[in-house]
Design a protein around this ligand. Sequence first.
Ligand code: FAD
Length: 321
Amino acid sequence: MSILVYIEHAEGKVKKTSLEAVSFAHALSGKTGEGEVVAVALGTVSADELAAVGKAGAAKVLHSSDERLNAGVIQAHATAVAQAFAAVGAKTLVLAKSSLGDAVAARLAIKLNAGLVSNVVELPSTSAGYVVKRSIYTGKAFAETTVTTENKILAVKKNAVDLKTDGTEAVVENLSVTISDSDFASKITSTERATGEVLLPEADIVVSGGRGMKGPENWGMLEDLAKTLGAATGCSKPVSDIGWRPHHEHVGQTGVKVAPSLYVAVGISGAIQHLAGVNSSKCIVVINKDPEAPFFKAADYGIVGDAFEIVPKLTDALKAE
Ligand code: FAD
């Protein structure tokens, strides 16, 4: 028996959220005695990169290098993962909550007759049924779901578990899958990145600006800070509505929801609709000249002062490190 983990990769690297899913599965196996953790990877990615998944707790990685799987065709991925699930005799599939993960998991729930819980924040409790805690209402509340099916799928929320890094390299084995033409009924034929910068939904650090930045001409200082930190840039809704920044940077209830390790909010008041998109961040730093700005209540660290003085000083200090 094994726990299977579906891992995602981009630009040759396994995603950190997938390594978190592997770490979660490793801890879960320790709790439920479900045996070794086996990861499944689809499409082109190097054997070295896959072997390193062992550090997060996988004993083995099954890899299908079929190039047709590179485009993230959801139905084909679901078919391949279902075959891997049967091959390793798993009862539990773990994956990262993401756009691709959610779409693949939904199809697999049907294929495997499995109970699916998404946005999982901690290991299930097994003392009275199989009870899974998950985050709901953009991180404002938790719900407990009892899974009654034999097969189970758990989609783990970003940043919800500590990343295990002390495992040993995993054995990488070829996975042979049978995928029919109907699994490719629709496929992505080309993709184009809108920006060369770090992508906002996946960023580990986000530097975000609000109306306090006064105008688009002042964004250079936030971009400089973001570049220094290796961060993506975001903004409040009015900023994208006015056209200071592109709409894909708008963070909040009606925009992108982020869950980075670090969210730096500059000149943003902290309206409830903005907080709805950022309250899953691990650490929030707020820079605002108004000490009464609501964002300070949600902040781990707050700096009261003029962004135009503080941000360049902060960037210089970070560059000097
Ligand atoms: P402001 O509220 O104008 O705040 C600017 C801040 O900058 C102030 O706190 C001020 O003290 C500070 N400041 C000014 N000058 C400086 C300076 N020199 N240095 C440092 N600080 C300075 N908003 C979102 O962001 N995301 C959403 O998804 C979203 N969805 C919404 C959905 C609905 C249905 C509604 C009704 C509203 C929504 N909003 C959303 C809007 C939200 O209610 C706020 O109006 C908005 O977040 C405010 O943006 P802001 O903080 O940039 O601007």
